[in-house]
Ligand binder design. Structure first.
Ligand code: UDP
Ligand code: MG
Length: 310
């Protein structure tokens, strides 16, 4: 459970999770063994204090406390690295994920041995039109660019078998885009459907700009098509310029040269500067990622790890 400034939600969230665990226990008429891993992703409110208070009451709670805000992706990674259960559930702490699906997830996992039980939102109610538009556009572009098929409305909320978690952890990239990683690793999956739930309290940690950058991440992490596009663009422009050159030569030969070159020269210069900058920019995006990767920095730093388990 990644938590960033979730102090207003945590108590309620924890109770709701407990409820669902009780339902599972009743259905199976035995206590299931579980552990709750909360990742405090550098919250600036009293999220950590609330987590500590919960941990005092329930020794199944484990807290991973980041030294600063490293982002949800880093929090997901830390959580998965610290889980060694037969099945791991990843869920947002803001009550936006339908907790009541947890018993069904568990049941599907146990009875049908499905490796990944995911959830999919069937509508976009409650979301701003602009956000829905950009998000739709992202999915369309991503399907065109990458061999990974991302379905819209699929959340990070899911149950994963130990095998799936191990597979995910084998991907050592620094810039992580979990939505695509979950697809990339394969394994059997099913989708449970639900309707949109607004955030309980607090505000979404995703600004439009953050989401935009995350979208670019998704497109670049799982596709090299922009590089190919740069090549095609450069090639097309050179080809056009070559034709234009022939026209100019013929024109000069036939009609003679009476210094008329300025507009055409400017057009060519401006056009090619544009193409070169675009191509450089695209290459730059990839080089930046190679740079980040070779630095080999950890995705997060744990300030302290509260293991109250014995
Ligand atoms: N989150 C996090 N670090 C961040 C931003 C968010 O750990 O930098 C957590 C947050 O506490 C929540 C989950 O990730 O449990 C989803 O975040 P949010 O609700 O802001 O995203 P949204 O639901 O709007 O996609
Ligand atoms: Mg949310």
């Amino acid at each position: 459970m990644p938590c960033y400034n979730e102090s207003l939600n945590l108590d309620n969230f924890y109770l709701q999770i407990l409820n669902q665990i009780n339902i599972i226990n009743e259905q199976n008429s035995k206590q299931i063994n579980c552990e709750f891993i909360f990742i405090n992703d550098g919250s600036t409110d009293n999220t950590l204090e609330i987590l500590k208070a919960l941990a005092l009451k329930d020794n199944r709670i484990k807290i991973l406390n980041f030294s600063r805000n490293f982002g949800k992706e880093a929090a997901i990674l830390a959580g998965l690295q610290h889980s060694n259960a037969k099945a791991t559930i990843l869920i947002d702490a803001d009550l936006q994920d339908p907790v009541e699906l947890i018993p069904t997830m568990y049941k599907k996992f146990i009875t049908q041995s499905i490796d990944m039980v995911c959830v999919r939102r069937i509508d976009r109610k409650g979301e701003s039109k602009i956000r829905a538009f950009f998000s739709d556009m992202f999915y369309k572009i991503s399907r065109f660019m990458s061999e990974i098929y991302l379905q819209s409305g699929v959340r990070d909320f899911r149950l994963m078998s130990k095998e799936v978690v191990d597979a995910i952890l084998q991907l050592g990239e620094y810039h992580r885009f979990s939505k695509a990683i979950f697809e990339w690793v394969g394994y059997s999956k099913i989708y449970l459907e639900y309707e949109y739930i607004p955030r309980n309290a607090g505000s979404s940690g995703w600004s439009f700009w953050k989401l935009f950058k995350y979208g670019i991440e998704g497109l670049i992490s799982f596709s090299t098509m922009p590089l190919r596009l740069a090549f095609i663009l450069g090639f097309g422009a050179s080809f056009g310029a070559f034709i234009y050159m022939i026209i100019l030569i013929l024109d000069t030969l036939i009609y003679g040269n009476d210094v008329r070159g300025y507009p055409s020269l400017m057009c060519v210069v401006v056009f090619f500067s544009g193409v070169i900058l675009i191509v450089l920019g695209i290459i730059g995006e990839y080089i930046a990622r190679i740079y980040e990767q070779v630095k080999n920095r950890p995705n997060y730093i744990l300030k302290d790890e509260n293991e109250l388990q014995n």
